[in-house]
Design a protein around this ligand. Structure first.
Ligand SMILES: [Zn+2]
Length: 496
């Protein structure tokens, strides 16, 4: 379908072709809402709904203003925005707005069970909270300098977040000896809200609870049974999340978002897993089913992209505008950050480094192409090549690794080829994106001694000129870190 060009497209003489919008409709067979669901109407301020109260859990009064109101016995101590934005009762117009808004909230909750509104929407609040999350504590002066806001705007943006308990002031400190008035740096109150995360792997679920600053507070895992279907896995996710949230009373009280990380082609906006080879799923509405099962707002994302987001905000990528993360192991993938934002691309598959074709005459990949990086360098591809080369069909991956370490020439050639494929793929990625640094992670790092040199050599060969200055950082991340990455999806969902 061809539509009139956008202004930018018109300027460049290119006509924009926009695919039809995907509309998620409620299933006719949708089960009744779970009684524990956070999306039921919850009176937050007196008996008034919030600005979208269906998505908000009962809020704990905190902050100075809330404590003062609570001390006076005022119900307005809970839910700042509701008290400020909601029209006062008494006028016919106000009552009409009330019921219209309540209807919209219930409709949204019924149609989109995984929906929860962001915490901040105003640009100033968004900038201040994001900066404090990744680089706090900071004084208001420093916040103003880094965000480009005025000091007044910073103070105004921070005040509601302090009232809501998301920020707090640290004791006064002097910025330098002999400096003027001491300042009170602002810091994020990490345990104001918690976030659950689940990583779905080929044979197990790994779960974690994180605080606002992505600090790991609890972890658990659960093996997948024989049934790897979406219904069975959703039920297991619910059990795992229940176990995690029952670990501490405050987890249950202050957790309202769940992030789920799955390998493959994931449509985050629609909450669907379009294709995942590890559990063997196609077009699964995972966000909707798990939101109904757990009563939490759910974000589903590709696992590598979730890990990239976590590393960018809370790990090796802090402060970078251009950043990439590459995973090696059972699959080869990458996540890309451009202009400080994780790139998903128009169709959600940006960064699929594993399916760069680097050898058209190479082995066939499960995606249908030949010679993909993943078809040469994934652990399954390495095993298949070692088996074919040695004629030993009884070998498992550990056996192939052992052969290579013992000096078997066939096995060593296979690992060297895999290393060159990975290095070539990273080189192409760096030439296209120009990241400040690339983090290499995944279970494949355990065999880095067998192909690390080949990765580095091939990477250096394929980088164009100054792009080769981009350092490769090896970062072994256990499975819990992948679950943490999933939980960070919830932290990021606080933002618009
Ligand atoms: Zn492929």
């Amino acid at each position: 379908m061809t539509v009139p060009p956008t202004p930018r497209a018109a300027a460049s003489g290119v006509r924009a072709v926009v695919p039809p919008r995907k509309v998620v409709r409620p299933s006719a067979e949708a089960p009744p809402a779970d009684p524990r669901c956070a999306f039921r109407p919850v009176p937050l301020a007196g008996d008034r709904p919030s600005s979208c109260g269906e998505g908000r859990a009962v809020r704990v009064p905190c902050g100075r203003r809330a404590r003062r109101k609570a001390a006076r016995g005022s119900p307005g101590g809970v839910g700042r925005r509701t008290a400020r934005k909601w029209p006062t009762a008494g006028s016919a117009r106000g009552r009409n707005q009330y019921w219209t808004k309540l209807f919209i909230c219930r409709y949204v909750a019924a149609v989109f069970p995984s929906h929860a509104p962001p915490l901040v929407t105003a640009p100033a609040e968004t900038s201040v909270l994001a900066l404090l999350l990744t680089a706090g504590p900071l004084s208001r002066v420093e916040l103003a300098r880094r965000t480009g806001l005025s000091s007044t705007a910073v103070t105004k943006a921070a005040r509601p977040l302090i009232d809501d308990g998301y920020l707090h002031e640290l004791p006064p400190e002097r910025t330098a000896p002999g400096a003027g008035r001491p300042v009170n740096p602002l810091a994020v109150t990490a345990d104001r809200e918690f976030f659950a995360g689940v990583k779905v792997s080929a044979d197990a679920l790994y779960g974690a609870v994180c605080d606002l600053r992505a600090g790991l507070r609890a972890t658990a895992d659960r093996p997948l049974g024989e049934d790897r279907g979406p219904a069975a896995v959703s039920a297991l996710i619910r059990e795992l999340v229940d176990e995690l949230l029952d670990a501490r009373p405050e987890f249950r009280d202050r957790t309202r978002r769940l992030g789920i990380a799955v390998s493959g082609d994931v449509d985050r906006a629609a909450g669907r897993v379009r294709y995942s080879v590890l559990p063997g799923w196609r077009d699964v509405p995972l966000a909707e089913t798990t939101a109904r099962a757990t009563g939490l707002a759910v974000v589903v994302e590709n696992d590598v992209k979730a890990l990239t987001a976590a590393e960018h905000w809370f790990g090796e990528g802090i402060g970078t505008e251009y950043f990439a993360l590459v995973t090696i192991g059972a699959g080869i993938g990458s996540g890309l950050v451009v202009n400080g934002r994780l790139i998903t691309g128009a169709y959600g598959v940006a960064g699929e480094m594993g399916h760069l074709c680097i050898d058209p005459a190479g082995p066939r990949c499960h995606c249908g192409q030949a010679g993909c990086v993943e078809a040469i360098a994934s652990s399954g591809a390495i095993l298949a090549a070692v088996r074919a080369g040695t004629g030993r069909e009884d070998l498992d991956f550990d056996g192939a690794v052992r052969l290579a370490r013992e000096g078997d020439p066939v096995a060593r050639v296979v690992f060297a080829r895999a290393g060159r494929a990975i290095g070539t793929g990273i080189g192409i990625l760096v030439n296209l994106l120009g990241p400040e640094r690339v983090v290499v992670t995944g279970e494949g790092l355990e065999t880095y001694d067998l192909f690390g040199e080949h990765i580095k050599d091939s990477y250096a060969e394929h980088c164009f000129k100054a792009a080769a200055r981009c350092p490769l950082t090896l970062r072994p991340l256990p499975w819990e870190e992948w679950a943490r990455g999933a939980a960070v999806l919830g932290v990021q969902a606080l933002f618009p």
